[in-house]
Design a protein. Structure first.
Length: 289
C-alpha cells in the first residue's frame, strides 16, 4: 500500500483509553465503554438480538424462518464461538441491556474440531490455512454496532478486544469476511477496485473466492480508483482493517441472504503496523485486565 494511502488512513488515539481492571474476560475500556467476552447465555442472546436489528431490520437480511420468528440472528456457529461485546456502562439495566456492539471469534483449534471455518463456504480459506501449518488462525465475523455507537472510538475498542484476545490465545493470523451493503458490485466499483489494486493478498497469503461464487473486483483502472474518493466508499470496518495492515483476498462473493457483497480480510499479526503495536501495546498489557 502506498504511503499516500497510509497517510489517509492514519488513526486518532482516544485520550481516555485506560487499562481494564474488572473480571478476567474484560479486554479494554475507553470512557464508559468496555469490551469483553460474553459470560452468560443472556449476553449471547442479547448479541444475537443486536445482530438481528442491524442485519435484518436495517440491512434487509433474510434469515431462516426460526431466526426471523425469534428476532435473533443465530446459527450453529454461535455455540462454538466466543462472543466479543462492547458494553456501555452509562446505560441503566442488566448487563445484557448495556451491549451496543459485538464480534464473533472462532479460534483455530475449535474450528478444526468442528469441520473448518465459517468463511470456507465463500472463500478458499482451507487452502490458506493448510499452507501455514505453523500458524494459528482466528476468524472474525458477525461484526455489528448499534447506529448511535458507530464511531471510530467504538471500532478502536473492538480492535483492542480482538488484539488482546489474539495474544492471549497465541494467534498468528486474523481473518474473516467483511461486507459492502447490497448485492450489486457495480454500486461499489471504485471501492472494490481500490482494494483489488492496493490491498490484494499475494504470495503465501493469496486466497481467492470459491470459483463458483467469485465476482471480479477489478472493475476500474487503478488510476481511477485511488485517493480520498475511493476511501470514502469503504465501510468503516474495512478502513479499520486496512489501517492495521490487512490484505484482501481475490474476488468478492454475493451473499443474497444478508444482502451484502463480501470480501475476505487477511491480517497476519506480523503485518500489523508499528504505530498500532505501539498504541495497543505489543503485549496488549495496556488494555488487558
Amino acid at each position: 500500500m502506498t504511503m499516500e494511502v497510509l497517510d489517509l488512513l492514519q488513526p486518532s488515539v482516544p485520550a481516555d483509553a485506560s487499562i481494564a481492571v474488572a473480571g478476567n474476560n474484560v479486554l479494554g475500556r475507553i470512557g464508559s465503554l468496555e469490551t469483553r467476552i460474553a459470560e452468560t447465555a443472556a449476553e449471547i442472546d442479547a448479541a444475537q438480538s443486536i445482530r438481528y436489528r442491524v442485519f435484518v431490520e436495517e440491512m434487509q437480511a433474510r434469515l431462516p424462518e426460526a431466526a426471523m420468528r425469534a428476532k435473533r440472528d443465530f446459527d450453529r456457529w454461535d455455540d462454538i464461538c466466543d462472543h466479543l461485546l462492547v458494553v456501555d456502562h452509562k446505560i441503566e439495566g442488566e448487563p445484557e441491556d448495556q451491549i451496543v456492539g459485538t464480534y464473533r471469534l472462532l479460534r483455530h483449534e475449535v474450528a478444526m474440531e468442528h469441520g473448518g471455518f465459517y468463511s470456507d463456504s465463500e472463500f478458499q480459506t482451507a487452502d490458506l490455512v493448510a499452507r501455514h501449518p505453523e500458524v494459528r488462525f482466528m476468524e472474525l465475523g458477525r461484526s455489528c454496532v448499534l447506529p448511535d455507537y458507530r464511531s471510530k472510538r467504538t471500532v478502536e475498542l473492538l480492535w483492542q478486544g480482538n488484539w488482546a484476545y489474539a495474544l492471549k490465545h497465541d494467534i498468528g493470523v486474523m481473518f474473516g469476511c467483511a461486507s459492502f451493503h447490497g448485492t450489486d458490485p457495480a454500486d461499489h466499483a471504485m471501492a472494490l477496485s481500490f482494494l483489488h489494486h492496493n490491498a490484494r493478498a499475494t504470495g503465501d497469503w493469496a486466497v481467492a473466492a470459491r470459483p463458483e461464487l467469485a465476482v471480479d473486483m477489478n472493475l476500474m483502472p487503478a488510476e481511477e480508483a485511488s485517493g480520498r474518493r475511493a476511501l470514502t466508499g469503504l465501510p468503516p470496518l474495512i478502513k479499520g482493517y486496512l489501517r492495521l495492515g490487512a490484505m484482501v483476498g481475490e474476488g468478492a462473493v454475493i451473499d443474497h441472504a444478508f444482502n451484502t457483497t463480501d470480501v475476505l480480510i487477511v491480517l497476519p499479526i506480523s503485518s500489523i503496523s508499528d504505530r498500532y503495536l505501539n498504541y495497543y501495546g505489543a503485549d496488549a498489557g495496556r488494555f488487558a485486565s
